[in-house]
Design a binder for this molecule. Structure first.
Ligand SMILES: C[S@@+](CC[C@H](N)C(=O)[O-])C[C@H]1O[C@@H](n2cnc3c(N)ncnc32)[C@H](O)[C@@H]1O
Length: 379
């Protein structure tokens, strides 16, 4: 039940133009055309960062074996490397005709970004045929050790606590409902403010405290987690239903990213034993909420989470509103504080032409982020 996060490396080998090497030999290169200038190389580096979301670039013109061979007995075997040795390596480096770069891609869209970057390099290759490009998929070493240092339980409220899956057998939660999350490739371990705010709203909807919004009736409810990432929001609602013997109707977990959905599936498995595995959960790979009604009954969703960037929230507005059942709640998050009013006004704008209107029930902020709780009510 694990899915180890990985990253992608694109390795380029480039021929530098003679004037950009510290090569003082008089020997002329025959094929200047196919050599790259410093400007060409800088452009590739800048584009990798700005257009293809590379997270880092490493530059080298000798590999470790070459350096060892060059240094012979003086080869580094621990301790500080003497400065003259470093200078020697550097000066030999500068003479080399070929230079290599490693471009790192490790975002949620790393596979897609690295592939696009390779395509971009292949276009440049038409002018500089000597470029060699390779792409490799890498697994993080010791991932298990790394994430154990970074993740710990997150108490959201007296109702919900998010617990990293590796603590499942060794942590006693005093919350009513604890949700195990495997920190894989789907966004949503509970640590981000935008997720936290959604879970705070969910806690209020679940509460029977008269000063809070709830209790929301999960009986026969349809729930949508739009942009589900790890599935943390939908699974939390689902877990609450199970703990309290409430009969929800369906939970739709939707994401554009197949890796997020794989992570959501893993998280369902961490939270529900095979014998009690929820039947009515749909994992949907889509980039829009449009047409979602067709997948289930036409009655609309009673609770929708949408923790996603503002531009997607605005593009999806009419679909999300139309999916919402009468009296249904819509939790919107992923907004920077300064985006809250713009987004709210856009969501309330449709009200004039409809019998049912959206009402702002509550808004919350945490750090730089904000979230809105809306309800569809009779006019
Ligand atoms: C900020 S994360 C939220 C994850 C999780 N729901 C949470 O609250 O922690 C946003 C998610 O939306 C997904 N996403 C982005 N654009 C989308 C689109 N147009 N349609 C569906 N999902 C999208 C991303 O892949 C990502 O998993």
């Amino acid at each position: 039940m694990t899915m180890e996060p990985c990253y992608y490396l694109v390795i380029l080998e480039i021929e530098r133009a003679q004037e950009y090497r510290c090569d003082d030999s008089d020997e002329e290169d025959d094929d200047k055309e196919s050599e790259m200038t410093l400007g060409d190389i800088e452009k590739i580096k800048n584009d990798s960062l700005a257009k293809f979301n590379s997270s880092g670039i490493e530059e080298f013109s000798m590999d470790e074996a070459e350096v060892d061979e060059m240094l012979g007995d003086r080869s580094y075997s621990g301790g500080d490397i003497p400065i003259e040795t470093l200078l020697e390596v550097e000066s030999k480096n500068a003479l080399k005709k070929n230079i290599s770069f490693k471009f790192y891609f490790d975002s949620e869209r790393a596979e897609f970004d690295s592939e696009n970057f390779v395509e971009y390099i292949n276009i440049i290759k038409a002018k500089y045929p000597s470029i060699i490009v390779k792409k490799e998929k890498k697994q993080y070493e010791d991932w298990d050790k790394i994430w154990k240092e970074f993740y710990s339980p997150i108490k959201i409220s007296s109702i919900f606590e998010i617990i990293p899956s590796f603590l499942k057998d060794n942590y006693q939660s005093d919350s009513q409902c604890f949700v195990y999350i495997y920190p894989g490739q789907g966004f949503g371990t509970g640590g981000h403010e935008t997720t936290h705010l959604c879970l705070e709203f969910l806690s209020e909807l679940c509460s029977d405290d008269k000063n809070k919004r709830g209790p929301f009736s999960f009986d026969n409810a349809k729930i949508l987690d739009f942009g589900c990432g790890s599935g943390i929001l939908g699974i939390s609602a689902l877990k609450y239903c199970y703990k309290n013997n409430l009969n929800f109707s369906v939970v739709d977990l939707l994401d554009i990213d197949s890796k997020a959905l794989e992570n959501a599936q893993i998280n369902l498995e961490w939270n529900f034993d095979k014998s009690a595995f929820p039947k009515n959960v749909n994992l949907i790979q889509k980039n829009t909420a449009r047409g979602l009604n067709l997948q289930g009954s036409k009655e609309g969703h009673n609770l929708i989470f949408a923790n996603i960037l503002m531009n997607v929230l605005l593009e999806e507005k009419s679909y999300l509103i139309s999916l919402l059942a009468p009296n249904g709640f819509l939790i919107i998050s992923g907004l920077l504080q300064e985006q809250m009013n713009i987004t709210l006004n856009e969501y309330l704008r449709n009200n004039e032409n409809n019998d049912l209107k959206l009402k702002l029930i509550s808004q919350k902020t945490k750090g730089d982020w904000g979230a809105l709780l809306l309800q569809k009510i009779d006019k």
